[in-house]
Design a protein around this ligand. Structure first.
Ligand code: AN7
Length: 358
C-alpha cells in the first residue's frame, strides 16, 4: 500500500484505536541523508546522517506530533485547537486543523516569527493573535485559556504531540538497522529531544535495537536556560524557532541527557549561521537557522576534540544523527541577510559574459 503517514505506519506503538479518525497529510518518512563532506570532516570512520525533517508537509518535524494531537482532539469531539508558537507549531496546527475541519487559534510573539511560518498560519485560515511578549508569555496564556475554555491545547505539553514525534526515532532505527551512537538535536521548548529519547527507549525495550544513543541537545547562547540552569527572561537569538527562555519539557530534556549520558550545550548565533551556510553550500541542504544548531553543536564539540578518542573502523563506523528540524524556506529573510545580494548588471551580453567569467 502507498505510504499513509506516521500513525498508520506505527499504529501499534501509538495510542490510537479503530475509533480514532486519522487526520494526516502523509507526514514522516523523511530522508536520512549520509553526508559526503560533514562526516569525513569529523573523522575517518565517522558517519554523519541528516534527518531532514524540513521535508514534512508543512516544512517541519511538528507535523509528526500534530497528526496525532489533532486526530485525538477530533476523536474526542473538539471543535477547536490552540497553541503558542515560535512559528512552526502554528503552521502545522493550522494545516492539520483544516484537514480536521476545526478552528485553529495561534498565539505568537509579536515580531519574532519567521515570514514563511506566519504566511502558513494565515493562509490556512488560523486566527493569528500576536502578543506583545515572548513565546513563554504566549504559552502561559494558552495554558490558562485551555484550563478554562473548551479548546484543545496542541503544544507539546499535549502528550500526543510527543507520542507522534517519537516516530522519527523509529524511522532512524528502521533505516540504520540499529540506533546510532550519537543523536544531535536543537532544543527549544524541549519536546523533540523528549520525544526522540522516548522513541529510542521504546524500541530498545521491544528488542528492535541493541543500544541507545547519547542525546546531545543544543540551545542558542542567548536562549539557553537548561545550560545555564536558570529561566532566561528575555531570550535572544536569530534562530527564532528556539528563542525560548522557559522550556515546557525542561525536566524531561535533562532526563534524556542524563539517562543517555549525553549533554546539553549552547551554540552562538555565529556558530549557528556558520553551520547554516555550511549545510547549504557544502551539502546542498537548506534548513532554517534553528535547525542548524544540531550541526553547529557537532562542529563545536569536534573542534574541542570530543571525538578524538573514538576508535571507529569500517565494520563499526560511529554513526551520528543530526536532526534538521525545519526547512530553509521558512525564513527567507535570514538567508538573504546572510549572503551578499545578487549583482545587478545592464541587459548587455558582454557585461554578463564577463561577469560570469568567460
Ligand atoms: C525548526 O513552533 O517551539 O525543543 O512553537 O521550530 O521541541 O521545542 C518550535 C521549535 C527546533 C525546537 N527546530 O524544538 C514552535 C516551537 C525548529 C523548531 C525547535 C523548534 P523543541
Amino acid at each position: 500500500m502507498n505510504y499513509q503517514g506516521v500513525i498508520n505506519r506505527y499504529k501499534k506503538y501509538l495510542p490510537v484505536t479503530e475509533a480514532t479518525p486519522i487526520i494526516t497529510l502523509l507526514e514522516g518518512d523523511t530522508p536520512l541523508i549520509l553526508t559526503k563532506k560533514l562526516g569525513p570532516k569529523i573523522g575517518e570512520g565517522i558517519e554523519v546522517y541528516l534527518k531532514y525533517e524540513g521535508l514534512n508537509p508543512t516544512g517541519s518535524f511538528k507535523d509528526r506530533g500534530m497528526t496525532l494531537a489533532v486526530s485525538k482532539a477530533k476523536e474526542k469531539g473538539a471543535k477547536a485547537v490552540i497553541c503558542a508558537s515560535t512559528g512552526n507549531t502554528s503552521a502545522s496546527a493550522a494545516a492539520y486543523a483544516v484537514c480536521a475541519g476545526m478552528k485553529c487559534v495561534v498565539l505568537i510573539p509579536k515580531g519574532s516569527i519567521a515570514l514563511g511560518k506566519l504566511a502558513q498560519a494565515l493562509i490556512h485560515g488560523a486566527q493569528v493573535v500576536a502578543i506583545d511578549g515572548n513565546f513563554d508569555d504566549c504559552l502561559t496564556l494558552v495554558r490558562e485559556i485551555t484550563d478554562k475554555y473548551p479548546i484543545e491545547l496542541v503544544n507539546s505539553l499535549n502528550p500526543y504531540r510527543i507520542e507522534g514525534q517519537k516516530t522519527a526515532s523509529f524511522e532512524i532505527c528502521d533505516t540504520l538497522g540499529d540506533a546510532p551512537e550519537y543523536h544531535f538535536i536543537p532544543v527549544g521548548n524541549a519536546g523533540n529531544i523528549t520525544a526522540y529519547w522516548q522513541g529510542y527507549k521504546e524500541y530498545k525495550d521491544m528488542g528492535k535495537i541493541t543500544k541507545l544513543p547519547k542525546m546531545c541537545g543544543f540551545q542558542a547562547e542567548g536562549a539557553a536556560p537548561i545550560v545555564r540552569k536558570k529561566i532566561v527572561k528575555d531570550p535572544q537569538t536569530i534562530a527564532t524557532a528556539i528563542k525560548i527562555g522557559n522550556p515546557a519539557s525542561w525536566k524531561r530534556a535533562e532526563a534524556a541527557r542524563d539517562e543517555s549520558t549525553g549533554l546539553i550545550d549552547l551554540v552562538s548565533d555565529d556558530e549557528i549561521i556558520a553551520a547554516y551556510k555550511y549545510l547549504a553550500a557544502e551539502e546542498g541542504i537548506f534548513v532554517e537557522p534553528a535547525s542548524a544548531a544540531s550541526v553547529a553543536g557537532l562542529l563545536k564539540l569536534n573542534k574541542q576534540g570530543f571525538f578524538k578518542n573514538a576508535k571507529p573502523n569500517t565494520q563499526n563506523p560511529i554513526r551520528i544523527i543530526c536532526v534538521l528540524t525545519g526547512h530553509g524556506l521558512k525564513d527567507p529573510d535570514r538567508a538573504i541577510a546572510s549572503i551578499a545580494e545578487p549583482q545587478v548588471l545592464p541587459k548587455d551580453l558582454k557585461a554578463v559574459v564577463k561577469e560570469i567569467g568567460f
